[in-house]
Design a protein around this ligand. Structure first.
Ligand code: CP3
Length: 345
């Protein structure tokens, strides 16, 4: 079992810096595109044998140190009462966006062991195959609510902020319900065999720190508090969050995910020594000439140097057109550059 990812999360010594990539399974891989010709995204996610196969595609092709469950952030919305679909070239579309107190009152907490059993069964299948740790995940309340309220992806989150500012009580009811559902689902993922969890608050960087602390942080903290008894690393990730890093650390998580806009040494100054860091190469550098790409990887490693606990990753997910060979080159380069020659039992 290769456990350097779990060791780095716990800020223990490692033989080499561990590497995994957000969206490491997906359209940049020919194996994935071949399966997608036969199945929709939601078919892949809802069929445990297929979801397990997709999760394993990058693990078989590349020397990665962790696997991430193949699923989607939005999966818990449907059993809550917010059906959605993925439309070709457009991303997710929510059939009936949540806009009012009555819309929120109609939502229901549910049992993830029943309603989300496909993902949990996928985890059980994967644990029989994998020789690297398996990461489970879910979306954080702001990021999930933004899809539910906007009806899909958004640039300015104007409708989400409108609900927050106009009717904070309804916002808190929605965010609190999402926090409960996400905590239940993440706990069930660990029971099924997930060895680490990542909470994606991908879009929370759209808020200033005061709004974050008032309207979002209590709900995120509730999730981390609810999981505190689980003996697994908890990764807390967002993008555009340089100004929120200390507030995110206060909300919880043993590993803080940092995007490429904040250098890791600066991120370390903002969060202190009590957590590990994950990141943070700009995903678009994977399209750059090899020399520039690897020089920037070296810069990430240099800024992480001597820190207790670094998990190498991108600052956000791999883009669909990314060359597989660039992903391989980065993985091999991080391993070679950080190899201590140390053998850990
Ligand atoms: O990281 C992984 O490899 C695990 C799988 C994973 C997917 N989505 C698969 C996926 C994870 C962790 C996610 C998270 C996710 N999904 C987020 C948060 C992460 C982030 O990007 O910050 C969000 C916001 C979503 C919602 C979502 N899913 C959108 C907006 C889209 C459409 C945009 C796009 O890239 O096409 C998806 C589709 C999606 N989820 C794909 C994959 C591999 C593309 C699949 C396809 O069309 O075949």
């Amino acid at each position: 079992m290769n456990d350097r990812f779990l060791r780095a999360c716990r800020r223990e010594p490692v033989d080499k810096t561990p590497v995994w990539f957000m969206r490491q399974a997906g359209r940049y891989m020919p194996e994935y595109r071949a399966l997608r010709e036969k199945h929709s995204l939601l078919e892949l996610v809802r069929t445990p044998e297929l979801a397990a196969q997709v999760t394993l595609q990058p693990i078989r092709a590349l020397p990665l140190d962790a696997a991430i469950l193949f699923s989607d952030l939005l999966v818990p919305l449907a059993p809550l009462g917010i059906p959605f679909d993925f439309q070709k070239g457009e991303g997710p579309v929510i059939e009936k966006p949540i806009r009012s107190a009555a819309d929120v009152a109609a939502l229901r907490r549910f049992e993830p062991r029943d309603e989300l059993r496909a993902g949990l069964e996928t985890i059980r299948l994967l644990r029989r195959e994998l020789r690297v740790p398996l990461i489970g995940f879910a979306g954080a309340p702001f990021t999930l609510a933004s899809y539910a309220i906007e009806g899909g992806g958004s640039r300015h989150f104007a409708k989400t902020k409108d609900l927050m500012y106009r009717d904070p009580a309804t916002w808190h009811r929605l965010a609190g319900l999402l926090a409960d559902v996400v905590a239940d689902y993440l706990r069930a993922q660990v029971e099924a065999g997930a060895q680490a969890l990542q909470l994606f608050d991908s879009w929370v960087g759209a808020l200033d720190e005061a709004d974050y602390r008032e309207l979002v942080q209590p709900h995120v903290r509730r999730i981390f508090d609810a999981l505190a008894d689980l003996d697994v690393p908890l990764i807390h990730f967002g993008t555009g969050t340089g100004h929120l890093l200390a507030a995110q650390r206060d909300a919880g998580g043993s590993v803080i995910g940092v995007d490429w806009r904040t250098p890791l040494d600066e991120a370390r100054r903002r969060v202190g020594d009590g957590v590990a860091l994950q990141g943070n190469l700009d995903p678009t550098l994977l399209f750059a000439p090899r020399e520039r790409l690897l020089a920037r990887v070296d810069d990430v490693l240099r800024r992480a140097d001597g820190l207790p606990g670094h998990v190498f990753n991108l600052g956000h997910g791999i883009l669909p057109e990314t060359p597989v060979e660039a992903v391989r080159a980065v993985t091999e380069h991080v391993h070679a550059r950080t190899d201590t020659g140390r053998k850990l039992q």
